[in-house]
Ligand binder design. Structure first.
Ligand SMILES: [Mn+2]
Length: 453
């Protein structure tokens, strides 16, 4: 009934057709849904793709080489983005959220199947403690996924925890609290080892809300010493990512407020420690593209968290608020990645967003699309011409090169990359037409909770 032949007959009413399929053919796999929907979209897609391909080919760009790079780009999905985020005022669950680590992995498997660009998941300990690593590894393998990183949590107290993090963790004034936080990070490494992870991400909420509350230099030294104890336990092939944030939850001073502090801690620890840049962890108007360029120049950028923000750590959809800035950041990342003189390690890419108003899976699909279309733009920059304009101080030519690429619609390139890899030309279209959220609500209920927030 859902064969391509009957599909063609009913193509004038694609939505009705899909509803019919979903309601009457419950066994139709996601893979079949993707292929059917791709078939429906193929004519329009081919038209758009041909248009952009001709323009770029005329400019001497190897279109298939660009598509291969898009296909190779993979971004990790954090377990905490799979449910509706909370605020300090309230949380409004959307229903069908994953209730266990297995269900979180299943959701990332779905995102990967649709986009072919989300092949790993980041875990949050203790929200995602792997109870049965062997079974989880089998599940990951069957979905073509790996573990991207394990993230420690010393920003909230757990029910079975003897000492409180109210006044900090690795920077706390009491050695016993610092030791508890060190032990927790070492436990995170052990959980990660069980699932073949190789990255520990440390983000600290430590800081002070009022002037005089905390001694700045002692707080840095305690943090550095405690991180040193964790670093000692890091396996040889692991990386420790140190993430900074200018404010929140502390509003007077964070112990690690900026990239300079993260970098100083990495220098103190050694080569396995790297700076992690989270797009939302900057004050308004910070020149983030310059920060990533500087870090990569010194081989110190290890991880990158995608999200979108208007004011600070808003955790909105990647690319939703400041797309030009996002493009300029990607431009610097690609410039450094393509430069053989830059000895920066491969980056761990992750979406770090969790907000209140969208279906979390649709939001992640939007983010993946925005990441890939912006990455594709950065790949199209004529770096030789840009370098020439820069060396000749031709300000307008340099700027116009970037502006022209930014204005290029790269959606058909990303769709073609997904199509060639077996993914969806229109991932959100498939998600909606296959009524995936409705099915998840049926399976998991309306009030399931994904995170420990
Ligand atoms: Mn982050």
């Amino acid at each position: 009934m859902c064969s391509f032949v009957s599909f063609v007959f009913q193509k004038n009413h694609p939505t009705d057709f899909y509803n019919f399929c979903v309601l009457n053919k419950k066994t139709m796999s996601i893979s079949d849904q993707i292929q059917s929907f791709n078939h429906e979209k193929q004519t329009a897609h081919a038209f758009h793709f041909q248009y952009i391909a001709e323009i770029l080919t005329q400019k001497g760009i190897d279109i298939q080489a660009v598509i291969e790079k898009i296909k190779a780009f993979q971004v990790a999905i954090p377990s905490w983005a799979l449910g509706t985020g909370g605020t300090r005022f309230g949380r409004f669950p959307g229903g069908g959220e994953p209730r266990s680590l297995e269900e979180k992995i299943a959701d990332v498997g779905l995102l990967h199947q649709l986009t072919q660009s989300a092949n790993s998941i980041s875990l949050h300990i203790p929200w995602d403690i792997p109870r049965n690593p062997a079974a989880l590894k089998n599940q990951l393998k069957s979905l073509g996924l790996t573990i991207d990183s394990v993230n420690s949590n010393t920003f909230q107290d757990q029910p079975d925890q003897p000492l409180s993090y109210k006044f900090g963790s690795l920077a706390h004034s009491a050695a016993a609290v610092r030791q508890q936080a060190i032990d927790h990070n070492i436990a995170c490494i052990e959980h990660g080892k069980a699932l073949d992870a190789t990255v520990l991400t440390v983000w600290l909420a430590d800081g002070s809300n009022f002037p005089g509350q905390q001694h700045f230099r002692r707080a840095w030294q305690r943090t550095a010493d405690a991180l040193g104890d964790i670093y000692q336990r890091l396996p040889a092939n692991w990386t420790m990512l140190i993430e900074y944030k200018p404010y929140e939850p502390n509003f007077y001073a964070m112990v690690i407020p900026d990239w300079g502090t993260s970098w100083s801690l990495c220098q103190h620890l050694g080569q396995k420690a790297q700076v992690l840049v989270d797009l939302g962890h900057h004050l308004p108007n910070t020149n983030i593209e310059q920060i990533v360029a500087r870090l990569m120049h010194f081989g110190r950028l290890g991880g990158f968290h995608f999200n979108g923000s208007m004011y600070g750590d808003d955790d909105l959809t990647t690319g939703s608020i400041k797309p030009y800035q996002f493009f300029l950041i990607f431009n610097e990342l690609v410039d450094a990645m393509d430069d053989p003189a830059v000895k920066n390690p491969p980056l761990a890419w992750m979406i770090d967003a969790s907000h209140n108003s969208k279906d979390p899976l649709e939001d992640l699909l939007q983010s993946v699309q925005n990441i890939l279309t912006t990455y594709a733009k950065a790949l199209l920059v004529d770096r030789k011409a840009l370098a020439e304009a820069q060396e000749n101080n031709d300000v307008v030519a340099a700027e116009e090169l970037l502006r022209a690429v930014f204005a290029t619609d790269t959606r058909a390139l990303v769709a073609e990359a997904a199509r060639q890899a077996g993914g969806a030309i229109d991932p959100i279209g498939v998600f909606r037409n296959a009524k995936i959220r409705e099915k998840l609500i049926q399976e998991r209920g309306l009030n399931s909770v994904a995170t420990g927030l």
